[in-house]
Design a protein around this ligand. Structure first.
Ligand code: FAD
Ligand code: MET
Ligand code: ZN
Length: 621
């Protein structure tokens, strides 16, 4: 009799975790490889679950596909690992029990990086290995992404008549990560031919039971649940789970009352948890009717957009000449000079002060704190740079929500210079996200949704700038990155500084097909040493030979050298203003008076050019 036939009038008990159990014994490498290297240990775990009362055990193959095995260089071992995994499970069975071949989901909480086609290829290979070795059913478990599960379930149904268990992982009570209600997800899985549908992992009995209250008994399938033992804790450098087996015993009947007919455990559970379930439900028949509690209606964000007091920079720079100035937050705690500079720049009438996020990976006063003060005390628009280096996904989202609360809506999303260039070369560089993903995430907040898909109750109103580095060998490739950044949602670009007219013309030609505006970067040199340092040591900055020669001639006179730097930048402003509406001036060493002089010059230049263009139009007409 297949386990499905038994489930007509029996509640079956499944096994518990494999991965976390192995981890608790000290394994911290590829769990699935132990099917080959430590077959006996795997067999003993299976035996322990059967002894505890499991009617159905799963192979140790959760991640035994090439997409996951390649992390360990084991992608060529898919066949051996799956084959031996089935044998290890079979060898553990002394009496009546079933073996299901398990395959876990690939896509997680992060933005999807693996294509469905790739997942299907990897899945097929593993599925064939399991089927070939002879299992009693297939368990598809821990799927966060319903689309992925639907694809792999369809493949499985096409390839076998064996029973299929299809399980999703909750995002929170009642919903998946993409906000699909669980009841809808399970009914879609049932329609695709799953024989058992249910939930596993991520949350424990409490949240699973609350979810099950809103789920009717499936018509053509049975319900399953494999809760985690608890939320994991991290102590002394290790993860561990606290939920004890007595707590599981107490919840067993509740699972039965919600209509569950296959009850097992996921992360953190042990044979003790399974024994508690088995003992408590022994001899009890499944329920056949159920009253469903009205599930909470899931509201997809339809909140209105936040109103901005000022137009976003991309709208301004599309219409007219616009100057933004970078004034780096101080490295020391005294902010007097910084605010003197910010006031002087406000007086000259720039459109924004851009505030780097610990540029060159060295700590400075937090740019959102300084930005908020600039807005409040001076009235200038702050543009907050955000790197992927210093914050993980949680920190990035929380930071952006904080900026929204402060009314700071202009951000520049960048990767960030690596930590090893800065004050703490040993600090970690997080890079949970690429600059592309950061841009995408900010746009998702603008749609009222968190990075994990939760309704935020309000839409943010961020205007998202992105970085452009034209000082590279292949300008084409740099422009391709801009095209990709536009696809991810970038509203405009800001470039690294440029130090020659030829480069300005080349950049103009290379990006004129893009529909998004650019602020072109210009940075006054202050000395020959400064020019040589920037040219040789700062990533992404290249200064032409002729300019370096001009600076070198004045290397013994610091005042004249600084004047020369300003003169060079003025001639670049002349050329740049002919080509671009946006000028981005970088202030060297907090010498804001230089940026003030250059901003005034840029204003005059753009006024001159627009007068000349108007006159030309009048003449033509
Ligand atoms: C306007 C501006 C502001 C900045 N502000 C800050 C700041 O506040 N704090 C800070 O730490 N850093 C800052 N940076 C530096 C920036 O983070 C680094 O230059 C980073 O390496 C590139 O950032 P990005 O977002 O353009 O990276 P991306 O375009 O996402 O590129 C990331 C990586 O891809 C690679 N790459 C990029 N272009 C190419 C190409 N054409 N060909 C091959 N590979 C390529 C490089 O390895 C690069 O590091 C800023 C840069 C700019 C232009
Ligand atoms: C990550 S969810 C758990 C996968 C698998 N059932 C295991 O216990 O190892
Ligand atoms: Zn799990």
């Amino acid at each position: 009799m297949s386990f499905l036939e038994r489930m007509k009038d029996e509640i079956l008990i499944a096994d518990g975790a494999m991965g976390t159990l192995l981890y608790s014994y000290g394994t911290d490498s590829c769990f699935e490889n132990l099917n080959l290297s430590h077959a006996e240990q795997i067999q003993q775990i299976h035996e322990a679950y059967i002894l505890a009362g499991a009617n159905l055990i799963q192979t140790n193959t959760y991640a035994a596909n090439y997409l996951k095995l390649q992390r360990y260089g084991l992608e060529e071992q898919v066949k051996e690992i799956n084959t031996y995994a089935v044998r290890n499970a079979r060898n553990a069975i002394k009496k009546d029990a079933y073996v299901v071949g398990t395959i876990g989901g690939i896509r997680g909480i992060r933005p999807n990086t693996v294509s469905i086609e790739e997942i299907k290829r990897s899945f097929r290979e593993q599925l064939y290995c399991l089927l070939l070795e002879g299992v009693d059913g297939i368990l598809l478990e821990t799927y966060y992404d319903l689309e992925e599960l639907e694809h792999v379930l369809a493949i499985t149904r096409k390839e076998t008549d064996l029973p299929i268990i299809a399980q999703v992982s909750l995002h929170e009570v009642g919903i998946l990560q993409d906000q699909t209600p669980i009841s809808e997800a399970l009914s879609r899985l049932e329609k695709l031919g799953a024989d058992v549908v249910g939930l596993n992992c991520r949350l424990g009995p409490h949240h699973m039971l609350l979810t099950l209250e809103g789920i009717p008994l499936p018509k053509q399938a049975y319900l399953s649940s494999y809760p985690n033992a608890s939320i994991p804790a991290y102590t002394d450098g290790k993860f561990h789970y606290e939920g004890d087996s007595e707590y599981f015993r107490q919840s067993a009947r509740d699972f039965r009352n919600q209509g569950v007919r296959l009850l097992g455990g996921c992360c953190g559970t042990t044979p003790d948890h399974i024994r508690a379930f088995a003992k408590e439900l022994k001899g009890l028949p499944p329920i056949t009717e159920k009253k469903v509690k009205n599930s909470k209606k899931i509201i997809i964000s339809n909140s209105s957009a936040t109103l901005r007091e000022d137009p976003p920079l991309q709208d301004i720079v599309k219409e007219r000449a616009s100057i933004i100035v970078e004034l780096d937050p101080p490295k020391k705690l005294n902010t007097d000079k910084f605010f003197e500079g910010a006031k002087a720049l406000e007086n000259i009438g720039i459109d924004a002060i851009t505030l780097a996020d610990n540029s060159l990976a060295s700590p400075r006063i937090c740019n959102s704190a300084i930005g908020y003060r600039i807005k409040k005390e001076i009235g200038t628009r702050p543009l907050i740079h955000i790197t992927c280096r210093d914050r993980n996904i949680i920190g990035l989202q929380s930071h952006l929500m904080g900026l929204h609360t402060l009314g700071l809506h202009d951000v520049l999303a960048v990767t960030g210079d690596p930590a090893r260039v800065g004050d703490f070369p040993g600090a970690s560089s997080v890079y949970d996200m690429s600059s592309f993903e950061l841009i995408q995430m900010i746009k998702q907040l603008n749609a009222g949704l968190s990075i994990s898909g939760k309704d935020l109750g309000e839409k943010t109103a961020f205007s998202v700038g992105a970085a452009f580095n034209p000082n590279v060998k292949s300008l084409d490739r740099a422009v391709q990155r801009l095209e990709k950044k536009i696809e991810y949602g970038a509203d405009y670009f800001i470039s690294q500084p440029i130090f020659s007219e030829e480069k300005l013309i080349e950049v103009h030609g290379a990006i004129k097909h893009l529909k998004k505006p650019l602020y072109i970067g210009l940075m006054p040199l202050t000395s020959s040493k400064n020019a040589e340092y920037l040219h040789h040591e700062v990533p992404g900055i290249k200064i032409s030979d002729s300019i370096r020669a001009r600076m070198a001639e004045l290397k013994d006179d610091s005042i004249l050298a600084a004047r020369e730097g300003i003169a060079i930048t003025k001639s670049l402003i002349d050329a740049a203003t002919e080509l671009f509406n946006g000028i981005y001036l970088i202030t060297p060493f907090m010498r804001y008076e230089i940026s003030v002089e250059l901003s005034a010059y840029a204003h005059e230049t753009s006024a001159k050019i627009s007068r000349r263009r108007q006159n030309a139009e009048v003449t033509i007409n």
